[in-house]
Design a protein around this ligand. Structure first.
Ligand code: ADP
Length: 300
C-alpha cells in the first residue's frame, strides 16, 4: 500500500508517494506562492498527487491514506492551521476539509511537521529502538516532537512539543529569551551580524568560530549552552531515554553534539537524565515527506 505524503512549508509544498518500507517512489514540489490562495494551492497539490499516481500506475485501491505535516501552531483535531508565522495567508485555513473536496475516499492524517518527523525517526531513523524520546529540530526556528511510552504525544490540539517558545534565558540577546529567539539558525545569524556589524550567515558564524574568531567562538559556545539548557528542561520534564536532534544547524555535527551532551551530563536533575543519549537525526533528505507518510503507515 502507498501513502501520499504532503509537507506544507513556508517556501514549498512537497508531495510524495511513499511505500510501506519508507521509500519515496515519486515526488514533486510546488512553491507556496503568497499570491495564490490556500484553496488554489491545495487544488494544485491535488493535481500533483493525481499526476504522480498516474505516472506510477497506482490505483486508488492501493492508496492507504494521505498524511499531512504542517507548521504550528495548528488545530490538529479540526484539520486547520492556526497561526504559522511563515504562512500568514493560511491562518485559520481548513487544510483537511479542503483536501476532502479533492479526495473524499482516503483517510487524511494531519499533524505538526515536527511531530510527524518524530514518528519518522521512530519508524526508520535514529530512534528505532527507543520507546521514550524527544526529537528536536534546530533550523530556522526550533521545534520538537515527543514520543513516550511507545506512542506519539500530540496533546489536546496537536501542539505538544512546539518548544520554540519555552523560556530558556529571560532577556538574553536583547530578546525575551524564548528558545528559538536565542538558539535557532536565525538567532545565530542575527547575533553574529550584530556583533560583526555586517550581514553574517549561520554557517559563516560557525566557520569563523572554527577559524579562531574570538567573538564568534564566544557566540557559538553560548549558543551550545542555550541548546543544552532547553534539552535539560525537556529531560527534567519528560524523562526521555534519548534525544534526537535534526534540522539545518545540527549539520555542524560532532562539536554541537559534544557540547550538548556535556551540558546535559552536568545539569540534568536525575542521574538517568544526565546519562540521556543525544544523537543526530538519521533522516535528513525528504524528512518532511517521510514524516507525513509515516502518519499513514505507522500507528500513533
Ligand atoms: P527549515 O527551517 O526551512 O526547515 P533547515 O532545517 O535547513 O530549514 O534550517 C535552516 C537553518 O539552518 C538556517 O538558519 C541555516 O542557515 C542553517 N543551516 C543550514 N545548513 C547549515 C550547516 N551546514 N551548518 C550550520 N547551519 C546550517
Amino acid at each position: 500500500m502507498i501513502a501520499i505524503g504532503i509537507d506544507i512549508g513556508g517556501t514549498k509544498i512537497a508531495v510524495g508517494l511513499v511505500n510501506e518500507t519508507g521509500s519515496v517512489l515519486a515526488q514533486q514540489s510546488l512553491k507556496t506562492d503568497p499570491d495564490k490562495t490556500p484553496s488554489q494551492l491545495i487544488a494544485e497539490t491535488a493535481q500533483v498527487v493525481n499526476s504522480l499516481l498516474e505516472q506510477q500506475n497506482i490505483a486508488p485501491a492501493d492508496v492507504k491514506g494521505i498524511g499531512v505535516g504542517a507548521p504550528g501552531p495548528l488545530d490538529a483535531k479540526n484539520g486547520r492551521l492556526d497561526s504559522p508565522p511563515n504562512l500568514p495567508s493560511w491562518h485559520g485555513f481548513g487544510v483537511v476539509e479542503e483536501l476532502r473536496k479533492h479526495f473524499g475516499a482516503w483517510p487524511i492524517h494531519f499533524q505538526n511537521d515536527a511531530t510527524a518527523a518524530t514518528l519518522a525517526e521512530k519508524w526508520l531513523g535514529a530512534a528505532k529502538d527507543a520507546d521514550n524520546f524527544i526529537f528536536i529540530t534546530v533550523s530556522t526556528g526550533i521545534g520538537a516532537g515527543i514520543y513516550m511510552h511507545g506512542r506519539l504525544i500530540t496533546g489536546a490540539s496537536g501542539n505538544a512539543g512546539d518548544v520554540g517558545y519555552i523560556m530558556v534565558e529571560p532577556g538574553a540577546a536583547g530578546t525575551e529569551g524564548y528558545w528559538e529567539q536565542i538558539a535557532s539558525g536565525t538567532a545565530i545569524a542575527r547575533q553574529a551580524s550584530e556583533l560583526l556589524g555586517r550581514p553574517v550567515g549561520t554557517k559563516e558564524a560557525f566557520d569563523l568560530a572554527a577559524g579562531g574568531d574570538a567573538q564568534m567562538r564566544e557566540l557559538i559556545d553560548v549558543t551550545y549552552k542555550r541548546l543544552g539548557m532547553g534539552c535539560v528542561s525537556l529531560i527534567n520534564t519528560l524523562d526521555p531515554e534519548l534525544i534526537v536532534i535534526g534540522g539545518g544547524v545540527s549539520q555542524i555535527g560532532e562539536p554541537l553534539f559534544d557540547a550538548i551532551r556535556s551540558y546535559v551530563s552536568q545539569h540534568a536533575l536525575s542521574p538517568a537524565g544526565r546519562r540521556t543519549a543525544v544523537v543526530p537525526a538519521a533522516l535528513s533528505q525528504n524528512a518532511g515527506l517521510i514524516g507525513a507518510a509515516s502518519l499513514v503507515h505507522q500507528a500513533y
